[in-house]
Design a protein. Structure first.
Length: 211
């Protein structure tokens, strides 16, 4: 974020200081493809640091807590057993030392939405600070691994502005993605499942309702 918003870069050939990258994007002088990274960092610590710097982003962590609580209470969530340590991302971001064990945070049902949330809130911060006027200069959004979740969210957001409703929808999809994978595979005929057609249909319906 600092690299995007910094008013200083290396000196230009004529000796003047060029505008920041954000300034050049807003002026239409250059174009950019925005990429979102995959896992590889302690996402919760990154999220906690971001929220500490930008307290107004705490509302996003509370939204995520509510979304995961809804998923955890659903038939699909209860059957998965994936939320035995709770879903209070808002509290974990405020006090990472009080968060559940790392193994729990790395489970797909928590890790996917947690990664998405951290990158979505960082995007909101950068967007409000410097990129809000540069939407026309964004050629594409890409992501590596879990970064694909954030790339899809931002790409689907009109003008690049991520609202709460869209964020909640994508958080919900991220949370159940791994839970629904077997049923998606069965529906596509990738694997055979020793379950009745009615059983598969009920499971697929639960995935469809939550997404």
């Amino acid at each position: 974020m600092a690299l995007i918003t910094s008013p200083y870069t290396s000196p230009a050939r004529n000796g003047t200081t060029p505008a920041s990258l954000a300034g050049r994007l807003a002026a239409g002088e250059t174009k950019a493809v925005v990429t979102f990274a995959g896992q590889g960092v302690d996402v919760l610590d990154e999220l906690a640091a971001l929220v500490a710097q930008r307290p107004e982003l705490r509302a996003g962590t509370e939204l995520a807590s509510d979304v995961l609580a809804e998923v955890a209470a659903s038939e699909l969530g209860l059957a998965s057993g994936a939320y035995r340590h709770g879903t209070d991302i808002g509290a974990w971001a405020m006090d990472p030392d009080g968060a559940p064990p790392l193994a729990y945070l790395r489970g797909a049902a928590v890790a996917y939405p947690l990664s998405l949330l951290a990158q979505a809130l960082l995007w909101r911060s950068v967007w409000s600070e410097s990129l809000g006027g540069a939407a026309d200069s964004m050629l594409a959004f890409a992501g590596h691994s879990q970064g694909l979740l954030a790339a899809q969210l931002v790409a689907e957001s009109p003008g690049g502005e991520v609202d709460d409703a869209r964020l909640a929808h994508h958080l919900r999809r991220a949370a159940i993605q791994d839970m629904c994978r077997p049923w998606i595979a069965a529906r596509r005929g990738v694997r055979r499942w020793r379950r009745s057609t009615a059983s598969r249909s009920r499971a697929w319906s639960r995935c469809s309702v939550l997404t």
